[in-house]
Ligand binder design. Sequence first.
Ligand code: SF4
Ligand code: SF4
Length: 381
Amino acid sequence: MQYRRLGKTSLMVSEIGFGGEWLERHPEEESIALIRYAHEKGINIIDCWMADPKSRDIIGKAIADCRDEWFVQGHIGSTCQNGQYVRSRDLAVVKPAFEDLVQRIGGGYIDLGMIHYVDTQEDWDKAMNGPFIAYVHELHRKSRIRHIGLSTHNPRIAKMAAESGFIEMILFSINPAFDLHPATEDIDDLFVGYEQLNVDGIDPERAALYRLCEEKDVGITVMKGFFGGRLFDAKTSPFGAAFTAPQLIHYSLTRPAVASILCGYDTPEQVDQAVAYEAATDDERDYASVIAGAPLHAYTGQCTYCGHCKPCPMNIDIAMVNKFYDLAVQQETVPETVHEHYKSLNHTASACIGCHGCEARCPFGVKIAERMKKTAELFGV
Ligand code: SF4
Ligand code: SF4
């Protein structure tokens, strides 16, 4: 298992994580065994957005013997009322729900205290200007939560979170289909309407968000990486082509700032299938040729950082150079941190000899040699 730094939290999280929402649908002992099995495979981050006592107990019991080896992403504002999940900013219900979470998970703290599920501007305003956010800061001051995070499906909200300065990481929904979709305050919009989309490739707000997160060192964990299974079937995939799990995992893990993709599991075999990504070949991970060969796609001319263009005779890491270029051009002046990171590359764009060999391998028709020239001019090396 590879581990990645989760932005400014500096936590080293497994790049394959555990999304806990299916735990409840199995007998308790079975779900406990599943979490322990995932841990044996190297998984060390688990999301618990669920408010029900059964899911929380399962996680707490499964990790009781090794609490400090797990990073729990626990949600503030996810409450259980009359047996039903209710999202709330009302401290009268939020506080007891959080205390219940800490008590059931164990250890007396939550590693990543998530401001739960903010998708609308109205809810952002409500959550950020009042007692709710004061409570989150208080939990942080008292080390009941070790880091502050936020979960959202809306890139506009995620952008505000990344710019907040105090939100250290974001749980965000990422897959190749969502990335085509403009920002919306209603998650249901993301599941319908692709046939009407006038798609010009990756939605610019989403592309800008990933770059912003990388620049601000705000780590991302990924939810809905498989689009609820729709991308596994050509009939339900908006691309008209089916993807495999390693391809979709690779897509998420190659977005800037992403540290871990949290997959849902029902069985140990499904854990094995996700963890198999670690040993997958480049060909098995290659989502790019699926998109490029699909009946419907709109990524032409855009770098998706897939790395398909390798090798370069001058050893330039083309995908990385392209990432830095994209990061730099969204600003009026190149940020110092981006400049420094770019300069620390072993081989910068100025080494490009314009052979165009890479362009034949790029499934998206990116004019790489031209971009290398522009990048060298921009950074001066
Ligand atoms: S230039 Fe093309 S092949 Fe290379 S990383 Fe970008 S999209 Fe992939
Ligand atoms: S065009 Fe430049 S970046 Fe592409 S393979 Fe040739 S030297 Fe490398």
